[in-house]
Ligand binder design. Structure first.
Ligand code: URA
Length: 235
């Protein structure tokens, strides 16, 4: 692994370790079983951003493993991808009680982790699943019904990505016609991946302190993970 990817990988583990003991949202910290940081290869070109863990994800520590996740897996298979090929994260890393919507304060508290993941993992295509992720990463109140299936280049933090809003698989489960829309939108993902990374913004002469820069980089190469890595695919 080139030095910079190694640095990013260790910074990502550092970020995960911090998230795993986060208590910024006291209610969520008290009611969660565990923090669900993300799954998939840390250097995946394609990242999905969902809303928040549900009961199954909270139990297993992996995003999108319930009914919505099974639909996501099925639609991924239809475009020749598996969960091992893609990174999957959520806006909130903790389950909101009774699966209620994320609160604005919770989204704000948790943003450091999501934006850190985006900066450190450097995906080229970022699929936002549903309204919450789409509004947050587009920085706009436009709803998913209007913007789904419209890829656009957006600068998020220090990097430009191909942002691609999609219906949330859970919403599609409730409304079968949305499954077809989600399927049709997902069918365009290979085409977006084939475009490669968009042109990147020219870094400022005096770089802004970034998540990667703030995190300590341990000396001496590969860094052993300090939290439980037994669940395959967790980064
Ligand atoms: N819905 C989400 O948004 N995320 C999950 O991890 C599961 C369901």
């Amino acid at each position: 692994m080139p030095a910079s990817s190694q640095t990013r990988a260790s910074a990502l583990r550092e970020l995960r370790d911090r998230a795993s003991v986060c208590t910024r949202c006291p209610k969520l910290a008290a009611t969660r079983t565990q923090v669900v940081f993300g799954s998939g290869p840390p250097d995946a070109d394609l990242m999905f951003v969902g809303e928040a863990p549900g009961a199954t994800e909270d139990r297993d520590g992996i995003p999108f493993v319930g009914a919505a996740g099974r639909l996501l897996d099925k639609l991924l298979a239809e475009i020749g991808l598996t969960r091992d090929d893609v990174a999957v994260v959520n806006i909130l890393k903790c389950r909101p009680p009774d699966n209620r919507n994320p609160l604005a304060g919770e989204i704000e508290n948790c943003q450091e982790y999501l934006f850190g993941q985006l900066e450190l993992m450097q995906p080229t295509v970022v699929c936002t699943l549903g309204n919450f992720a789409t509004r947050l990463l587009r920085g706009s109140t436009e709803g998913i019904t209007k913007v789904h299936g419209h890829p656009e280049v957006r600068v998020i933090g220090p990097r430009a990505v191909r942002l691609y809003p999609l219906f949330h698989p859970a919403a599609a489960l409730y409304t079968p016609s949305n499954v077809e829309l989600l399927r049709a939108d997902m069918a365009r993902i290979p085409e977006l991946l084939a475009l490669g990374a968009p042109e990147q913004p020219v870094p400022a002469t005096e770089p802004e302190p970034s998540v990667a820069a703030e995190l300590p980089v341990p000396a001496g190469g590969a860094v052993p993970a300090s939290v439980d890595d037994r669940q395959l695919g967790l980064f």
